[in-house]
Design a binder for this molecule. Structure first.
Ligand code: UDP
Ligand code: MG
Length: 338
């Protein structure tokens, strides 16, 4: 082991304004623990001065690693990169916008020292969310409870602590379409949940608007269940049975009462209805095929411009180019090794 006890992964996308305050509260919460710790900032292709803001942070008690992405790859990729580069015996993932209070970390570490492998942080309320967002996420959790292969804990986001064993297990899941909530749930391990109060964003705005969240939900559903595909099989069966019954009634009618000209409108209605159903079916099929296509390309999950580490003891930052570091910097190396 590298001698780092605790790594703190911070995905950052246009967070320049709030980083100073975040760093102050983070160091305030973590330094008293007396651990060897590091923060890993992943600059996810920010268009503001986030990278410069990170570079200005003083590495007084903990080391500062900076991973600079070549463009915006999304929060899930940023977290994955952070986990790949984390050296600690435990890793915490936290948002940079101070919605996740760093003061919760000591409690997480306490539980970890007692042998808990995953400490989840559940938000006490969804007051910080719009009513629509709260309603939709409630719907999503209910749906996922019925459909998914794994149980997604409710109101638990990325804010969590994971033991090294958990991080290593997670790093072996290299799927491209990363629905982290599902991946976290899939790996298992001894888990405890603590509550925290979500705070309002200190600076800037949330990067997740409704459309993105909706797509996120579709990602989750298609990554963790094939029920929609199977559903279509049942719909087809039910419709065939109905069609047979309908055919029989028509035949019987023709035998018993002769054959008056059958209704044109009912035929049109049936044809359009069935056409519509078939299109939906093809659409769902296409969604899964598309996902398979994306996965078989084996593209790396992210591309790094530079990685740099500022150790707390020496003041001078050393930067090195994005060469595979322990074979994982290119994001997909773990998969390639299989
Ligand atoms: N984030 C990121 N890449 C993105 C979008 C967001 O790294 O493409 C980071 C962002 O900087 C923040 C965290 O993910 O630290 C959570 O983002 P945000 O606060 O916008 O999401 P919300 O709290 O509304 O879920
Ligand atoms: Mg936020």
């Amino acid at each position: 082991m590298s001698g780092v006890d605790l790594s703190i992964v911070v995905p950052c996308y246009n967070e320049a304004a709030g980083l100073g305050a975040f760093w102050e509260r983070l160091t305030g919460a973590v330094a008293p623990l007396g651990l060897a710790w590091e923060a890993i900032f992943v600059n996810d292709g920010s268009s503001d001065a986030t990278l410069e803001a990170i570079a200005r942070l003083p590495a007084s008690t903990g080391a500062v690693q900076v991973i600079d992405f070549s463009r915006n790859f999304g929060k899930e990729a940023a977290i994955t990169a952070g986990l790949d580069h984390a050296r600690g015996a435990a890793v915490v993932i936290i948002d940079a916008d101070l919605q996740h209070p760093p003061e919760t970390i000591p409690e997480m570490v306490r539980l970890w020292r007692q042998g808990t492998e995953v400490v989840l942080c559940r938000r006490e309320s969804r007051d910080a969310d719009s009513p629509l967002r709260a309603f939709l996420s409630g719907l999503f959790y209910r749906l996922s409870a019925h459909l998914f292969e794994v149980k997604i804990p409710r109101d638990v986001g990325d804010f969590r602590l994971m033991d090294r064993a958990v991080v290593d297990a997670l790093s072996r899941l290299r799927e491209n379409q990363r629905f982290m909530k599902g991946l976290f749930a899939w790996i298992g391990f001894r888990t405890q949940t603590i509550e925290f109060a979500v705070e309002q964003r200190t600076h800037g705005r949330s990067k997740f608007h409704l459309w993105k969240l909706l797509n996120f939900a579709v990602d989750g559903i298609t990554s963790f269940t094939t029920v929609p595909l199977r559903l279509w099989f049942y719909v087809g069966m039910a419709l065939s049975l109905l069609a047979i019954a309908y055919g029989l009634t028509i035949m019987l009618g023709a035998l018993l009462f002769g054959n008056p000209v059958p209704g044109y409108p009912s035929i049109v209605a049936l044809v359009t209805f069935l056409g519509g159903l078939q299109l939906i079916g093809i659409g769902i099929l296409g969604e899964y095929v598309g996902r398979t296509y994306k996965e078989v390309k084996f593209r790396p999950l992210y591309v790094i411009r530079t990685v740099s580490v500022k150790e707390p003891s020496h003041a001078r930052p050393k930067a090195f180019p994005a060469k595979p570091r322990s074979g994982l910097a290119s994001g997909n190396a773990a998969k390639a090794k299989r």
